[in-house]
Ligand binder design. Structure first.
Ligand code: NOJ
Length: 744
């Protein structure tokens, strides 16, 4: 394989090499309406494109490949990429939802299914998994994230990478994964998308980088750089993190692509004019330039003259630039060779059958049920099939929003809306009413248009809408309220100042509750929302996210007991929208100091009493689960020893249950302040009614290693002897503790 690459490298001209670094969007394709060649076609004719994303069909990908081969003197093929974030044609629940399943086989299965669907359309690489840990509900792209915890996100990264890539990226029904966004894109200052991340090197190493380490160890073939700066240096120019950490420390030798015009955007970041930022990006290790075409425009001259930019502290001779172009081009060609494209330019494009859509639907429905989190249930759920149901709320009949953000190849016609799902399951149509508009703020509805309008509104007044909802409620024994946010509320460039369920939705639920009938509320959302008084008002509460094509069917299965709830939050649900960033892994401070300064609180003066914060890892089922007391095989151990933590879990209910047993740890005395608790392991098990099972967790010293990093370069992972605590339980709050002392 490498020999093929070297043969090509030896024959290629400088212009041909630069062409390989150019990554374009398919856009309008090869011909416009007037049968004119598009700019893309002209680029292909002159061999100036290395890869294309967003082709939308096998036929268009093939046509582009044919055109590229004709335009390339050495017949170097393109590769094709796509944003397959939570499914391709078959749209699965949002990643933040899927991570709430804590079911790694399911994550792998959905990725494998998406890979097979994408591969059948000639796609070779997916811009996924997105593995940005995020603790900020204001950030709209938390929808695409596996949540707030580095361990859960790391396992998600491994499972998704395996699902996409299988045994190798050259296999016919697999694709290359692209870990993104490198790095700390999920930690923007103030929660504003694209904003810089200002954080300690320790946090970078312990929270944001581990999912990348895990994905790389699972063999991910490519990585995408993030738009943001980390500690002042924009990632597209971040040599210390890309060349230093990613390629150096982690030994990654695969392909690094820019994000959309990410190289060009270094100029508004303040890093200089086009020639300077191109040299900086290439030097930082960005192999391909997505859409901006600055490599194409600037590299020919830079390769002739070099660059002397004292204001940027940069100076490269022409030969150094040519060397860097060679390195990047070699990586692009190696990637193509691993995909099998150098042997067969139409590899994966001969129309391999797509996986069965009906299998996809089944998987999507199971995934939706497994991703939904039951937050409260005062003996309301599951609902008996014969119960008369009123279904109220703007998501009762909704299809479009159910797909969620970043479903570029999905079709909302594939969604079975909640009213139809309930009818199909129970044989009776619920009495349905709109109840409330998705947003009661017109200006917000208008802003959501940025990514296409799907926010339907009903022009009637709130009183009229509620009156109609109450009519429906009166004809029923139970009210299901389908609430939440539109898909455009979350996603790229959709940060929110106040991530809360709209007040109008809360007013509707209060009015429904006043009928005296039980209210089961469902929240369809793309981010963790502060729920106001909903946890107190509703009798049952399901957090269903945007669940994809079978989202509402998965919810209906839970409502009527065709499936048991097993989702556990992968993010903390804040009590108040101002409580951000938020996570279970808060660090202790010096106050309140026991006995003194008790009045100095670390919380907020204006936090209303009585609001519920749902902790990370939280979720209920239908069967009660009893946790036995945990015990350790040894309470003192040295670094070479493995200690076993045992406990018995028992299903004391009448129905099968899926339980996720979570193990957290604390390190009360360390060289630096550490999180008060952090997740170290979890296990998921299925228990039949009455079944008790012993679980064994292996405790190892390396689970307690942490970074001390005055700078990135001087970072050191250390661990200390002494006492640690292990907390085991059904979520990050409700745990039992045992203590262990490391003697070395
Ligand atoms: C911008 C997004 O940040 C990235 O996630 C995506 O893969 C690219 N655009 C390509 O669509």
């Amino acid at each position: 394989m490498q020999a093929q690459v070297e043969r090509l490298m030896a024959e290629m001209t400088l212009a041909e090499k630069i062409g390989q670094l150019n990554l374009l969007a398919a856009g309008e394709g090869l011909v416009t309406g007037a049968a004119q060649s598009t700019p893309l076609a002209r680029r292909l004719d002159s061999g100036e494109v290395g890869a294309i994303f967003g082709t939308k069909s096998l036929a268009s990908a093939r046509a582009m490949q044919e055109r590229a081969l004709e335009g390339s003197r050495l017949r170097i093929p393109l590769f094709f990429a796509e944003d397959v974030i939570h499914g391709h044609r078959t749209v699965f629940p949002l990643p933040v939802a899927l991570a709430c399943s804590w079911d790694l086989d399911l994550v792998e299965d959905t990725a494998a299914f998406a890979a097979a669907e994408a591969a059948s359309e000639g796609i070779h690489q997916v811009y996924a998994p997105m593995i940005d840990v995020s603790r900020d509900p204001r950030w709209g792209r938390i929808a695409e994230s596996p949540g707030e915890d580095p361990l859960l996100a790391s396992r998600f990264a491994v499972a998704a990478t395996r699902g996409f890539q299988g045994g190798g990226i050259g296999e016919p029904d697999r694709v290359a994964a692209c870990l993104k966004h490198f790095v700390a894109y999920g930690a923007p200052d103030s929660g504003r998308d694209y904003d810089n991340a200002s954080l300690s090197w320790e946090d970078l190493l312990a929270i944001y980088l581990p999912p990348f380490t895990a994905g790389l160890q699972a063999g991910a073939a490519s990585v995408m750089a993030a738009f943001n700066a980390v500690n002042k240096l924009p990632m597209h120019a971040n040599a210390p993190l890309i060349q230093g950490w990613l390629r150096g420390t982690s030994g990654f030798n695969g392909l690094v692509v820019s994000d959309y015009t990410g190289v060009k955007e270094l100029t508004p970041h303040g890093l200089g004019p086009a020639a300077v930022v191109v040299a900086r990006a290439l030097h930082a290790g960005i192999d391909m330039d997505m859409v901006g075409e600055d490599y194409l425009a600037e590299l020919p001259a830079l390769a002739e003259t070099g660059l002397d930019a004292p204001e940027a502290g940069l100076s490269f001779g022409a030969s150094r630039i040519r060397e860097m172009i060679d390195t990047a081009c070699r990586r692009v060609l190696t990637f193509k060779a691993s995909l099998g494209l150098l042997d067969d330019p139409f590899h994966g494009m001969s129309g391999t059958a797509a996986p069965s859509r009906s299998d996809g639907r089944k998987l999507a429905r199971r995934a939706a049920a497994r991703s939904t989190v039951l937050l409260k249930n005062d003996n309301v759920l599951p609902i008996a099939q014969s119960t008369r149901v009123a279904l109220v709320g703007p998501f009762a009949r909704d299809r479009r929003n159910m797909l969620g953000t970043w479903a570029v190849s999905g079709n909302w016609d594939d969604v079975v809306p909640l009213d139809a799902a309930i009818t199909a399951l129970t044989g009776t149509a619920p009495a349905t009413a709109w109840g409330v508009n998705i947003t009661d703020r017109d200006w917000l509805a208008a802003r959501l248009n940025v990514h296409g309008v799907t926010v339907e509104t009903d022009p009637r007044s709130e009183d009229e809408l509620i009156a109609e909802a109450l009519d429906a409620a009166r004809q029923s024994d139970i009210i299901i309220a389908a609430l939440g946010e539109a898909k455009e509320h979350a996603g790229e460039s959709s940060s929110a100042l106040s991530p809360a369920l709209p007040e109008a939705h809360l007013r509707l639920v209060r009015a429904l509750k006043a009928t005296g009938k039980p209210v089961a509320a469902i929240v369809f959302a793309g981010r963790p929302l502060a729920l106001g008084d909903l946890p107190e008002t509703a009798d049952a509460l399901l957090y269903a996210w945007h669940g994809g094509i079978a989202g509402p069917e998965g919810v209906a299965d839970l409502l009527f007991g065709a499936a048991a709830p097993s989702g556990r939050l992968c993010v903390t649900l804040p009590a108040h929208p101002g409580e951000t960033p938020v996570s279970h892994a808060e660090e202790p401070t010096g106050r309140p100091f026991p006995g003194r300064f008790a009045k100095f609180r670390t919380g907020w003066l204006d936090m209303p009493d009585g609001l519920t914060r749902y902790p990370f890892g939280f979720g209920l089922g239908y069967a009660p689960i009893r946790y036995g007391a945990p015990s350790l095989s040894s309470t003192v151990a040295d670094v070479s020893q493995k200690v076993l933590l045992r406990l018995t879990i028992e299903n004391t209910g009448q129905t099968e249950a899926i339980e996720t047993v979570q193990l957290y740890a604390s390190d009360p005395v360390a060289r630096i302040t550490r999180p008060a608790r952090f997740l170290v392991d979890f296990k998921q098990l299925t228990l039949s009614p009455g079944e008790a099972r012993e679980l064994v967790f292996e405790i190892r010293a390396d689970q307690f290693a942490y970074p001390v990093a005055p700078s990135l370069e001087s970072a050191e992972w250390v661990r200390d002897p002494g006492l640690v605590q292990l907390h085991v339980g059904p979520n990050s709050r409700d745990t039992d503790t045992v203590e262990l002392t490391w003697s070395s």
